[in-house]
Design a binder for this molecule. Structure first.
Ligand code: ARG
Length: 280
């Protein structure tokens, strides 16, 4: 009897210990905020803005060979470079899978995250966001040979529909194309490859990104299927919770770039650039 009691006791003890562990984890989130200094001052002092991104998202962030060297380019990249210039600091881009970007921000591994991130209500619970800078609608992309087959949400029933892992497109598929079989893939170019090869039947992306890939893939097209795009899906720069000074400064710079058409110009310029990169 005593022996069993001992076992039960240690199980209870382990449970308590694990629970404590979890509690510790949650309270230490918020990354760079920990040292109570203001984010803006900390970045200026360091002289470098560390930016997390998932460079698989033309025309916003993607890889391109520039003078024989692999570089991360895109509209988001141009925007951040301009912001860093205004702040008087250097920029360092840290490329990772999209599903890791917000976690890295939460852990304080990066100062800001820019990655065509939709500032959803859910994400706003954990992060601060700059003003919105772009808002493309959700689209279904398919193979041209299936143009007559996939013409409605119902026609995608039981079909394999792809979305990027960790993106809001996963929820778009689940909520709006509920009878489809969702396939989550880490990188957008791999989703496009799967669509090309026919291992998935369709995929959900935002229009600007889809258009950049369609321009490079003569076999792909947007399906004539309407998806609902929610208001809180617009892109914004993600900041650690409580970065008041940093947000004020970023918003001021971003609002200027939006108003004078610079953001739109960056998107156009980089859409062209994305197209050129595959001619090689
Ligand atoms: N806007 C979508 C989201 O926030 C997709 C963003 C994906 N970004 C990327 N760089 N792959 O969930």
């Amino acid at each position: 009897m005593k022996k069993y009691f001992g076992i039960i006791l240690s199980v209870v003890a382990i449970c308590i210990l694990t629970a404590c562990g979890d509690g510790g984890k949650t309270s230490s989130s918020g990354g760079a905020n920990k040292e109570e200094t203001n984010q803006l001052a900390a970045i200026k002092k360091a002289g470098v803005l560390k930016v997390g991104t998932s460079a698989d998202f033309a025309p916003f962030e993607f890889h391109k060979m520039v003078d024989g060297k692999d570089e991360i380019v895109g509209a988001d990249v141009d925007m951040v470079k301009k912001i860093a210039e205004e702040l008087g600091v250097k920029v360092e881009f840290i490329d990772m899978e999209f599903s890791a970007v917000l976690t890295a921000l939460q852990q304080g591994k990066i100062d800001i995250a820019i990655s065509g991130i939709s500032a959803t209500e859910e994400r706003q619970k954990t992060f601060d966001f700059s003003v919105n800078y772009y808002n493309p609608p959700q689209k279904v992309m398919i193979n041209k040979k299936n143009a007559d087959a996939y013409t409605s949400i119902d026609s995608l029933s039981k079909k394999k529909v792809g979305a990027q892992k960790g993106s809001i497109q996963e929820s778009v598929v689940k909520e709006q194309i509920g009878d489809a079989q969702i396939v989550s893939v880490a990188k957008v170019p791999n989703l496009v490859i799967e669509l090309n090869q026919g291992s998935i039947d369709a995929l959900v992306v935002e229009e600007t990104i889809g258009a950049a890939y369609i321009a490079q893939n003569a076999d792909l097209m947007f399906a004539d299927i309407d998806l609902v795009s929610n208001e809180d899906e617009a892109y914004a720069i993600a900041l650690p919770k409580g970065s008041t000074e940093l947000k004020t400064e970023l918003d001021k710079i971003l609002e200027g770039l939006i108003k004078d058409g610079t953001v739109e110009e960056y998107v156009q310029k980089n859409s062209k650039l994305a197209n050129e990169s595959t001619d090689k």
